[in-house]
Design a protein around this ligand. Sequence first.
Ligand SMILES: C[S@@+](CC[C@H](N)C(=O)[O-])C[C@H]1O[C@@H](n2cnc3c(N)ncnc32)[C@H](O)[C@@H]1O
Length: 195
Amino acid sequence: MPYKPRDHYFKKAKQEKYPARSVYKLQEADRKYRLLKRGQKILDLGAAPGSWSKYALERVGPKGMVVAVDLSPLKITAPNLIFLQEDVFSVEPEKLRELIQGEAFDAVLSDMAPKTTGDRSGDHFRSVNLAQRALSLAEELLKPGGVFFVKVFEGEAFPKFVEEVKKRLGGPIKRFRPKSTRAESREIFVLAHKK
Ligand SMILES: C[S@@+](CC[C@H](N)C(=O)[O-])C[C@H]1O[C@@H](n2cnc3c(N)ncnc32)[C@H](O)[C@@H]1O
């Protein structure tokens, strides 16, 4: 299928004032699995330009909070949004915890992706590396029952990553491929709840 830069979801995101089409992946997962609730504290990794954070803010409401991390700046602001422009590998878990008064997060979301190079295998391993970092942060910062929802580019290390999620957070695990994912994309989302 040819790449369509201005596809249906791109236009929909523009109309609905989300900074990226990726919002519909989170929305679909949230509608299916009920990931986010009012008043919750959410950690959004790889948050730029900000459509997941914007959606999460709408779902958690004014009493909730979103902490967002990305190398690139966000295109949104909100009173209950804290943004750290940092590399996820250097951000301190303790610093993230302090931002929500020492509490634990209700959900750790990661839509992080490496800059794709066309080298499928290299892109896959870089994506797994990012997902593993998200898993470490989730293990440390999620409350029991908390949601871990992470994007990975599928490839040979994917089954091992899923096993690691099971081992470190506790099963069961769901694999989710949103309708809005482009046909040529190898992205898949893994969903787990911390025991
Ligand atoms: C697909 S985009 C995220 C889109 C976002 N969920 C939204 O809806 O607006 C992937 C993001 O991962 C970020 N990223 C990649 N490597 C990262 C790293 N090491 N630390 C923090 N962010 C990273 C990129 O900068 C990019 O903004």
